[in-house]
Design a protein around this ligand. Structure first.
Ligand SMILES: [Zn+2]
Length: 382
């Protein structure tokens, strides 16, 4: 009978936190997990995404149902490390909390999933069905890893998907999409005493952005769960000298989309509006730098029902079931699944702690999620 001790669970989490998987370094996490799985006879496969970025896929069991479990291996930068109370890459316990970059988002959830699979395999507890572990790369930078898994067919036969992103008290079954655009306006430089000899790149871009803002944020369409689409211009760069007419202006925009007003429609609107300005002499070019569709499921599934009970049992929490404004790897993984596909985002950690200084996960929650995940898998494969 294999049961990881609490000390082992903490050590493995500490090992993975110590790997600085901030930028293109997830391969070390993948290799660590691959070796860990191999120790217990679980074969896993590195799925390359770019020259430096990889996913890891491991599987136990066989046949139906196929339960897809997923987490990302990358973490965001710790920022100014001197702002941290303890070293961000050394798992540190204080007052029942485990501190470190990625404890919350989302290495605790990832280790919960990995060790649960190992125990199920070692103890021969899975009576039927397959559990497919999908650890992804680059979730924080556009979801390149999950896109690759979707494209290579790893989701084709999956019957349930849960993503172990931090959300211990709320099961998320729908979330907005996320779309990034870069808009470049090209003009012609001139001295500001004679602007008519040039073309100011800033002016049409300002007008364009304000028009897009009104069109998007003013749109009345609303999703019952997720609310309205929101758009923000977040970066604007132009000009380099106060007495020169700028020849280039570049803006970046993030849009949080809903099914009723989706990424394709938004992109189309950006392009068509640019055409209108260009017909009047501007030169505005629209580039899509990231496009993650929204995820809309009904949230009605045996998985969600069972999870509510398990959350109450092991965490003592009344579990809410909601939509969320934040995007996850599910945007890619569920690209061709329907509204009734059983999906949830549920994992240890605190949603509000993601990306912050002094990020932590409650130790009790980390431990409890091993039981939750195990009972969930066994409940869905009875
Ligand atoms: Zn995350």
């Amino acid at each position: 009978m294999k049961r990881f001790t609490e000390a082992e669970k903490l050590q493995i989490l500490a090992d993975v936190i110590a790997i600085k998987s901030v930028n293109e370094n997830e391969i070390e996490v993948a290799n660590y997990l691959k070796e860990l799985f191999a120790e217990y006879g679980i074969e896993s496969k590195i799925v390359p995404v770019t020259d430096t970025r990889v996913n890891l896929v491991a599987e136990i069991g066989s046949g139906k149902p196929v339960i897809g479990v997923s987490g990302h291996m990358d973490v965001v930068s710790p920022g100014d490390e001197s702002e941290w109370t303890s070293d961000p890459f050394t798992l540190t316990e204080r007052d029942g909390k485990l501190y470190g970059r990625g404890t919350n988002d989302m290495k605790a959830g990832l280790i919960n999933l990995a060790l649960t699979m190992i125990e199920l395999k070692e103890n021969d507890e899975l009576k039927k069905g397959t559990v497919r572990f999908m650890a992804t790369t680059g979730e924080e930078v556009g979801g390149a890893g999950s896109k690759k898994l979707y494209e290579e067919g790893y989701m084709d036969d999956v019957d349930y998907l849960w993503v172990a992103e931090p959300s211990p008290s709320t099961i998320i079954y729908s979330h907005k999409g996320s779309l990034n655009l870069r808009v470049t306006s090209t003009g012609e430089a001139a001295h500001s005493s004679m602007p008519h000899f040039g073309y100011n790149a800033i002016n049409p871009l300002m007008a364009y952005l304000l028009e897009m803002d009104e069109k998007l944020n003013g749109d009345e369409r609303e999703n019952d769960v997720l609310g309205k689409l929101v758009m923000s211009t977040t970066i604007f760069n132009a000009g380099n000298q106060v007495n020169s007419i700028p020849e280039k202006a570049v803006a970046e925009i993030n849009v949080r989309t809903i099914q009723e007003f989706d990424n394709d429609e938004v992109i189309d609107l950006f392009r068509k509006t640019a055409d209108k300005y260009n017909a009047d002499g501007a030169k505005i070019d629209v580039e899509v730098t990231m496009s993650l569709p929204s995820v809309f499921t009904t949230g009605e599934s045996d998985m969600v029902e069972l999870t509510k009970k398990l959350g109450k049992k092991h965490l003592g929490l009344d579990i809410d079931v909601k939509g969320s404004p934040g995007a996850t790897d599910a945007s890619n993984l569920l690209r061709d699944k329907g509204d009734d596909f059983p999906f949830m985002m549920y994992g240890p950690g605190e949603t509000k702690m993601a990306h912050k200084t002094d990020e932590y996960v409650y130790k009790d929650y980390y431990f409890a999620f091993f039981d939750i995940y195990k009972e969930l898998i066994l409940g869905l494969t009875k």
